[in-house]
Design a binder for this molecule. Sequence first.
Ligand SMILES: [Zn+2]
Ligand SMILES: [Zn+2]
Length: 196
Amino acid sequence: MSTLVVSLSALPDAGASVDCTLEEGALRPQGEPELGVTAVRVQGVLEPIGGEYLFRGALTGAYGSVCDRCLAPMASAFRIEAYWVFQHSASSELLDVWGEDDDEADERDEDGPRLGYVAGGEIDLAPLVWEELVLGYPAKFICREDCAGLCMACGANLNETECGCQETQDSGSPSGGRGLAKLAEMFPDLKPKVEE
Ligand SMILES: [Zn+2]
Ligand SMILES: [Zn+2]
C-alpha cells in the first residue's frame, strides 16, 4: 500500500505491506513545530492479531539541520524501527499485558510496542510516524567527529580556512588540535611550534 491510511475492511488476514514515502508537511500535525526532516520512507507490514493490529517495520530518512559547531547545513540520516499496536479503543487492557505501570510510560515504550488507535474503521499510521520522528530527534548535530567549528574571534569556519586568529592555539592537527591547544594553555613553556 502506498498510503499511511489503511482501511481495515481491505486488510487481508495475512496482513498488508506498507511502503510509503511522505514529506514532513504530510505528517506534521497542525501546530507542531517543524522538525526539518527530509522525505520519510515508511516500510513494514500491518497485520491483524487477535482483534488488534500490529505494524512492524522501519522509518528511514534524514533530519536536516546545521552543525552545532560550524553551523554548516547537514543531514543526519536515521533508521527507526517501528513496533506498533493499534487497538479499537483506549482501553488499558493491553497496557497491563506489557506489564508496566502507566506512570512509567517511557519505560514501557522501550520494551513494548507504541500504541495507536483504530478510528472509523481505518488505521492511520501517520501519528505514530510523527511520534517516532519527534522522539528520535538527535540531541545534537555534528557534521563530522573532528569538526573544528567556528573561530571564536572572527567566526571563520575552521574546517575550511585558517583565519590566523588562533595560530597560537591551533597545532594544525585536525584531530589533536583542540587537546594540544588546551595543553599549550596550561603549560605555555611546552607550547608546540605552529609557524607554517
Ligand atoms: Zn561542523
Ligand atoms: Zn579567526
